[in-house]
Design a protein around this ligand. Structure first.
Ligand code: NAD
Length: 486
């Protein structure tokens, strides 16, 4: 791979508030999935760099005049400066993310470029509003003070699909709580993390409060098990989540796990999907299908099956597939060749098990480079087929018929996962009633869009704990009660 003029080269790691020499000369080279060309090169952190980062975070946490001891107003103000510094770099961040992971640039601007600052401002406001200590009248006659103290040094492990947004649903509440952090970006998406570090430094985030170690899973495992870490926040695959959960269980270390999904879109018999086509695409194919909560099982009443399959097929066929950096692109490439190969295997399996491809199913004829795959719709799928059970993490939808509303709810719940979901109907109250009966961490009505003010997360193989909302702040706090403290 040649490094072109467009590439970003970094030579130092951001640890302890400074740009330091990495322990070795190893490097990571992110590849553009649109062009298959290298887009940059950064040092790869090794176990020794992680040790330094954890030591820096520990020293910053233990500093009696440091971040964890600051009053909330002072922390909130620095977080808001951090938000301003990220806003200034929003387009740069969006560009870097799309060039590394293939996310359509229009989405990257709205989410990866803009959301980090929104998250920081929300949690700065929340910690101001809630404070860290409350007085309770004691049941036995003596008052107590309940303190919400920072849990300590946080290891945040982030995947490539939303490298900034998924970092900031950890960073913003952890900083508000008074924690210090070591962040491990995924090797596919490392360039944006350096821009994040520059913004943190400019904003006056004190040395050691935020440290960044770009590396792969072995170094990630070293970080998770590190004796200097007090809490782990992880987003990624269920397989990695199980392994991290086992480590944290053995160490009795608190952990939040945001994992995979196979969410259902329940289309009720009065739904008008055509009227919500943009929301439908967002809920089912967002980020080229590489989003944990996308509703890739579409449950459709048998009485309207062929008509709804046609509507979905038309919507998906109309999507524009192209270079992630083209503002007109709706479906970009998959993140890597291995990911495309994995999705193609699922398509072959879907056909072998009797599924009928109504659109897509192959690589676009006009793309001579890039890891592109046409968005694909399968009809005639049963809920027990492989493509309805396993997370594909690509633009592949399975449309499954059901006989009654009760049947649809049972099918939605018949899954190893429980992360997202959606209900589509002209009657919002009816849709809310159905949503109440689905076992999942969150659902949307005629859409799926989460909100930073409310908790997000999964049940079953989709994870443990919650991010976002006040619940996401509590995940980085521990309580201490002072008894007999009027
Ligand atoms: P992955 O689990 O392979 O990697 C995620 C991150 O964890 C990377 O930074 C990786 O280096 C690191 N990692 C992997 N194994 C590790 C280990 N044993 N110890 C420590 N670190 C480890 O997943 P991926 O391929 O990067 O992302 C795709 C998966 O993530 C999908 O399954 C998707 O559903 C899931 N995901 C879930 C959410 C959510 O919020 N629930 C969000 C995005 C992605």
């Amino acid at each position: 791979m040649s490094l072109t003029q467009e590439t970003t080269v970094r030579e130092r790691l951001y640890i302890g508030g400074d740009w330091i020499e990495p322990a070795t000369s190893r490097t990571l080279t992110p590849i553009s999935p649109s062009t298959e060309e290298a887009v940059g090169q950064v040092p790869e952190a090794t176990e020794r760099d992680v040790d330094r980062a954890v030591a820096a975070a520990g020293a910053a946490f233990d500093d009696p005049q440091g971040w964890s001891q600051w009053d909330v107003e002072r922390r909130a103000q620095v977080m808001e400066r951090f938000a301003d510094a990220l806003d200034e770099r929003g387009s740069q961040t969006a560009h870097l993310v799309s060039s590394q992971n293939g996310m359509p640039i229009s989405m990257s601007q709205a989410v990866e470029g803009a959301f980090p600052a929104v998250a920081l401002r929300y949690y700065a406001g929340l910690i101001r509003e809630k404070g860290v200590e409350e007085r309770r009248e004691g049941v036995f006659g003596r008052a107590t003070r309940v303190r919400h103290e920072p849990v300590g040094v946080v290891a945040a492990i982030v995947p490539w699909n939303f490298p900034e947004a998924l970092a900031f649903v950890k960073i913003a509440p952890a900083l508000a709580a008074g924690c210090t952090m070591v962040i491990k970006p995924s090797p596919e998406t490392v360039l944006d993390a350096f821009v994040m570090a520059e913004a943190a430094q400019e904003a006056g985030i004190p040395p050691g409060v935020l440290n960044i170690v770009p590396a792969g899973r072995e170094v990630g495992a070293h970080l998770v098990a590190h004796p200097g870490v007090d809490k782990v926040g992880f987003t990624g695959s269920t397989e990695a989540g199980r392994s991290i959960g086992e480590t944290c269980g053995r160490l009795l270390r608190p952990v939040t796990l945001e994992l995979g999904g196979k969410s259902a879109a329940i289309v009720l018999d009065d739904a008008d999907l055509g009227a919500h086509s943009a929301e439908f695409v967002d809920a089912t194919l967002q980020n080229n299908g590489q989003t944990c909560y996308v509703c890739t099982r579409i449950l459709v009443p048998r009485t309207r099956y062929s008509e709804v399959v046609d509507t979905i097929t038309d919507i998906v066929r109309s999507l524009r597939v192209g270079d992630a950096l083209d503002p007109a692109t709706q479906i970009g490439p998959l993140v890597a060749e291995r990911q495309r190969a994995r999705v193609e295997q699922y398509i072959a399996k879907g056909i072998a098990e009797g599924g009928r491809v109504t659109t897509g199913g192959k690589r676009p004829a006009d793309a001579d480079r890039g890891f592109f795959l046409e968005p694909t719709v399968f009809a005639d799928v049963q809920n027990h087929d492989t493509i309805a059970r396993e997370e594909i993490f690509g633009p592949v939808l399975a449309v499954i018929p059901y006989d009654s509303e009760q049947d649809a709810i049972a099918m939605a719940n018949d899954s190893d996962f429980g992360l997202g979901g959606s209900v589509w109907s002209r009657d919002t109250q009816r849709a809310i009633e159905v949503a109440r009966r689905v076992r999942s961490g969150g659902l949307g009505i005629n859409s799926y869009s989460h909100d930073i003010g409310s908790p997000f997360g999964g049940i079953k193989a989709s994870g443990l704990g919650r991010e976002q909302g006040p619940e996401g702040l509590a995940a980085y706090q521990t309580t201490k009660t002072i008894y007999n403290a009027p």
